[in-house]
Design a protein around this ligand. Structure first.
Ligand SMILES: [Mg+2]
Length: 384
């Protein structure tokens, strides 16, 4: 290797590529509708996802995933444009692949379907890279810690107050200690009911466990402020994405007008949107999700920016089995979300999905992501 490097350094000489193996031989995206039986609810709730399989000429295969937004557009973009573009290129040079895809397909910095597609492909490439180097992805990315705090998103809008309390009590009994519930009942027009639900949950779990609330972009400034002020007595760890459009300027104002920490960023599809949140002082916690922001490659850049602002990252938007590798990789990773639906979808479509134990999840030592697909389940829930 040394001789080769010395030779490559001579003027006019081109560096030899490392062995040409692990060339991408195929990229295939499929859409799946996976039903999850939720305790206390009569009907199953269905989650849609786009699954990506990247094969290489040496037989190493990587698996990636993104969520439901614009899923058929994402699938078609991957199969018809990214797949032929990537064929024959090295699967290991993840930074080069990301940058080429960006310059070729997204030179005007749009997000949306492009961000979801590149996320799923990038995740699959990192899975391949880990399998090739025989290391788990979280360690290849940085390896800040092997065990990551895990929080449970249990509080779906489908539950009434009593069901919320019963659901959270089940997790408390299991030893979980960090919980998130959705607010913005009636599209954000019923703040008193939101507050009553938060109060009921806090009284059920006692003072010690962490409790977060998530507005999913559904409040106006006035309504968000009303909710934030009224839940101040219930010791809320963060109020996630309270405002229309994740408006960075208004989030910064809201932050100044209440004592509840503000978080945002789970569906922001680029480092530039995260930069805007940081530059405005809009958040106490930044929430990049590797399945939407542009995969591990882009999420690492967001974590680096957040680190420079002395801000922790803690994902929202679910898909814990992919985001735990990112949270474990970076030293400003705070906690990973186990959203009930996407957590259970992961357990259906993968054979070996790590579970949270008493508020923490321990990362795999398996190479790559350590997630072996359940082919039967993927076939059963395939959507054409
Ligand atoms: Mg959220």
């Amino acid at each position: 290797m040394l001789a080769q490097n010395a030779k490559a350094a001579e003027p006019g000489m081109r560096a030899e590529r490392s062995p040409a193996g692990l060339r991408i031989s195929s990229v295939k995206a499929t859409v799946h509708n996976v039903p999850v039986k939720v305790p206390l609810l009569e009907r199953a709730l269905t989650t849609q996802l786009v699954f990506v399989e990247v094969r290489t000429d040496e037989g190493v295969t990587g698996y990636g995933l993104t969520g439901n937004l614009q899923s058929f557009g994402v699938r078609e973009f991957i199969n018809r444009q990214l797949a032929p573009f990537l064929k024959g290129k090295s699967a290991l040079d993840t930074e080069a692949r990301w940058q080429e895809m960006f310059l070729t397909f997204n030179p005007r910095y749009q997000t949306g379907a492009w961000s979801s597609a590149v996320s799923a492909v990038d995740i699959a490439l990192w899975d391949i890279k880990g399998k090739h180097y025989q290391e788990p992805v979280w360690r290849l990315l940085g390896g800040a810690k092997k065990t990551v705090p895990a929080y449970i998103t249990f509080g779906l809008l489908e539950f009434d107050r009593d069901q919320l309390v019963e659901m959270v009590r089940r997790f408390v009994t299991e030893g979980q200690d960090k919980f998130k519930m959705v607010v913005a009942i009636d599209n954000g027009e019923n703040p008193l009911e939101d507050v009553a639900r938060v109060k009921a949950v806090r009284e059920a779990i006692g003072e010690k466990p962490d409790l977060m609330i998530d507005g999913n972009y559904l409040f106006s400034m006035n309504r968000a402020l009303e909710v934030a002020k009224r839940v101040e007595p219930y010791n809320i760890t963060w109020f996630e994405e309270p405002l229309y459009g994740n408006d960075a300027r208004l989030l910064a104002q809201l932050r100044q007008r209440c004592s509840v920490p503000i978080s945002a960023g789970q569906n922001e599809g680029s480092r530039f949107r995260h930069l805007e949140l940081l530059q405005h002082g809009a958040v106490d916690i930044l929430q990049p999700n590797v399945c939407y922001v542009g995969g591990y490659t882009e999420a690492m850049k967001v974590a680096g920016m957040a680190h420079a602002f002395n801000i922790l990252v803690a994902d929202g938007g679910g898909w814990p089995h992919h985001n735990m590798h990112f949270q474990a990789a970076v030293s400003n990773g705070w906690r990973v979300e186990f959203h009930y639906l996407m957590w259970k979808v992961g357990e259906i479509i993968y054979k070996s999905a790590p579970e949270p134990q008493k508020g923490f999840v321990t990362l795999t030592e398996e190479p790559g992501l350590g997630l072996e697909p359940n082919r039967e389940a993927l076939a059963e829930f395939l959507e054409n």
